[in-house]
Design a binder for this molecule. Structure first.
Ligand SMILES: [Zn+2]
Length: 589
């Protein structure tokens, strides 16, 4: 990726991977490496490693790895050019004028820039309409009625989309082509004639910003009884619903500081909660929380209080969210507001102190679930079984055994179940879960590359002075053929053709996922002195292995055709091989 002499290459040479990654992950020195909790999967003990000399990172848990650019691309969800720019900026390297991009890239970039610009224009349009028009006056009265005063309107950029049908269109049309306007999602095209019109009409508008605070969509609430009550921007090149959390751009600092998030359903709720002084609130904007949203949130905190609407949809959403959050190792509490109120309504009616109080008291998710189960019909055996089946999947996800056991007791008490029976069910379920986990671990299991292969790979990367000769020897005798690490060794032999130092990440770029992982695993092994003597003994080990394989083949041929014309030759070869192996066994003994 980073061509020698290119700007990318220069940045890579100068960038300190430990410092760059250290801005995202807390790293501690561990031997020659640095170690921390992996930002790409959830874990409790660190398996994410950064190698300062080789300038690579690798996670032994989820097997991600690469160089500093790859890391930034993954973290920032950006492309290669953007990653170079970010790394350069972090390391104080002056960025030259942007290089010529491919026409495709340039077009997409331009389109995104314009779409953001259109949203900015729309935002100005909506806020002005709320402020200055007679229609807007009605909307303001409605907002005021819901406790949203002028300062809140300004703070959250609330606006109004007029009923005209093409008021926004007429303004945008003077600057942007129709096609782009439709792509923005703010303008719709009617199905028959292709006539354009405003998507949002007679609605209160809430700007939805991405993590960096750029408006990328709008959420809109009907002013009257128009259906649907809530209408949001569709998916566009700059907006994907499952990747955005409403209010995250303003909540970031508070999330880090307080180390927990309040998760609500809609923007009205988020605004109400933020107004109550809890700025670490985010809204999923829709009833279902998506996995990318959880990943996004996990960069700031792993503790969440779910405070969804108490209606049926909200309850289902709460349960689904609990599952997803537990899978990502979140600590989850659930706030079910009394009186079936949503956060907005509750705060309006009871005040913010009352909300703060119930928020503080919100129970761990298991309590919430037990309460739900208790509302099921527990008078029959079947009803009880349903209740247990409802609870089991969640209890199973409690990682701590003692805690799980404690919950089992509580569930048994609260649902009036026979505790030993419940425990038996639980451990059965737990065993099933363990076997699942085991299978998965085997699937991605460690490589079975031999110590000799491992050492040779390290020497091919690092063996200053003899790297080249070693590669030639392996290549000449084709010692790597048939080994588990064949492709890795082949890639390293190819890379050794020049005198340039080997860039592990560039070699890795030509390997498939599994081989790349094996290579990185090996490169992170403890360093030991690399000498030519060692290299020779590794080569010998490979020769030996090859002899063993050949011997097995010869033996098979002999057995397959014991009276064939080649028998004499085969037997001779067998003798040779056995002698050779005996000699090398003596040498190594
Ligand atoms: Zn990981």
């Amino acid at each position: 990726m980073a061509e020698a002499g290119s700007f990318a290459d220069r940045v890579k040479q100068q960038a300190d991977i430990v410092r760059v990654i250290g801005e995202y992950v807390q790293l501690k020195k561990a031997g020659q490496n640095f170690r921390g909790l992996c930002p790409f999967h959830s874990e409790k003990s660190p398996s994410f490693n950064v190698h300062p000399l080789r300038q690579i990172y690798h996670c032994f848990g989820c097997n991600v790895g690469g160089d500093v650019f790859k890391f930034v691309m993954e973290m920032e969800k950006c492309g290669f050019p953007e990653a170079i720019r970010i790394v350069a900026e972090k390391c104080g390297i002056a960025v030259p004028a942007p290089r010529e991009r491919s026409p495709e890239e340039r077009r997409e970039n331009q389109q995104r820039t314009l779409l953001v610009e259109i949203h900015r224009a729309a935002q100005t349009f909506f806020t002005k309409h709320l402020e200055n028009t007679s229609e807007g006056k009605v909307a303001r009265a409605y907002l005021e009625d819901r406790g949203i005063a002028k300062d809140v309107i300004e703070q959250f950029g609330i606006g109004y989309a007029p009923s005209g049908g093409d008021t926004l269109l007429r303004i945008l049309k003077t600057k942007y082509p129709d096609k782009l306007l439709v792509e923005s999602g703010l303008i719709s095209r009617d199905q028959g004639g292709g006539r354009l019109f405003d998507r949002f009409r007679r609605r209160i508008t809430f700007p939805i910003a991405n993590e960096s605070g750029k408006i990328v969509a709008f959420g809109c609430r009907a002013l009257g009884d128009d259906q649907p009550k809530y209408l949001n921007s569709p998916e566009t090149p700059i907006y994907s619903k499952s990747n955005v959390l409403y209010h995250l751009d303003r909540a970031k600092e508070a999330l880090r500081r307080s180390d927990f998030a309040v998760l609500v359903e809609g923007y009205m709720d988020a605004i109400a909660v933020a107004r109550a002084g809890i700025s670490n609130v985010v809204a999923s904007c829709g009833t279902s929380l998506a996995e990318p949203q959880i990943k996004l949130l996990s960069r700031f905190t792993r503790r969440v209080i779910v405070n969804y609407d108490p209606d049926n949809a909200g309850q289902t959403a709460t349960e689904r969210s609990i599952s997803l959050l537990l899978e990502q190792d979140f600590e989850v509490r659930v706030l079910a507001l009394p009186g079936k109120a949503d956060p907005d309504k509750f705060i309006r009616e009871q005040g913010k102190d009352a909300y703060l109080k119930v928020l503080k008291e919100s129970p761990p998710y298991v309590d919430y679930l037990i309460a739900r189960a208790r509302r099921m019909d527990l008078t029959t055996g079947e009803g009880k079984r349903n209740a247990v089946n409802f609870l089991l999947p969640y209890v199973q996800k409690i990682p701590n055994r003692l805690l799980r056991s404690e919950w089992a007791t509580r569930i048994a008490q609260q649902l009036r179940l026979d505790e030993p029976v419940l425990r038996a069910e639980l451990s059965k379920a737990a065993a099933e879960r363990r076997s699942e986990v085991k299978v998965k671990a085997e699937l991605i299991g460690r490589s079975s590359a031999t110590p000799a292969e491992r050492r040779l790979i390290r020497m091919l990367v690092e063996g200053e002075g003899f790297r080249h000769e070693l590669a030639q020897r392996i290549d000449h005798d084709q010692l790597h053929i048939g080994l588990e690490t064949e492709k890795i060794l082949a890639a390293l032999i190819a890379a050794s053709a020049t005198a340039e130092p080997i860039q592990a990440t560039e070699v890795a770029a030509n390997l498939d996922d599994r081989d790349r992982r094996v290579l990185f695993e090996i490169l992170f092994e403890d360093p030991s002195e690399l000498t030519w003597e060692q290299a020779e003994s590794c080569l010998e080990a490979l020769q030996q292995r090859r002899a063993e394989r050949e011997l097995a083949e010869v033996q098979r041929s002999i057995e397959a055709n014991p009276v064939g014309p080649d028998l004499r030759t085969l037997l001779e070869r067998k003798q040779q091989l056995m002698k050779r192996m005996a000699v090398s066994r003596q040498q190594s003994a």
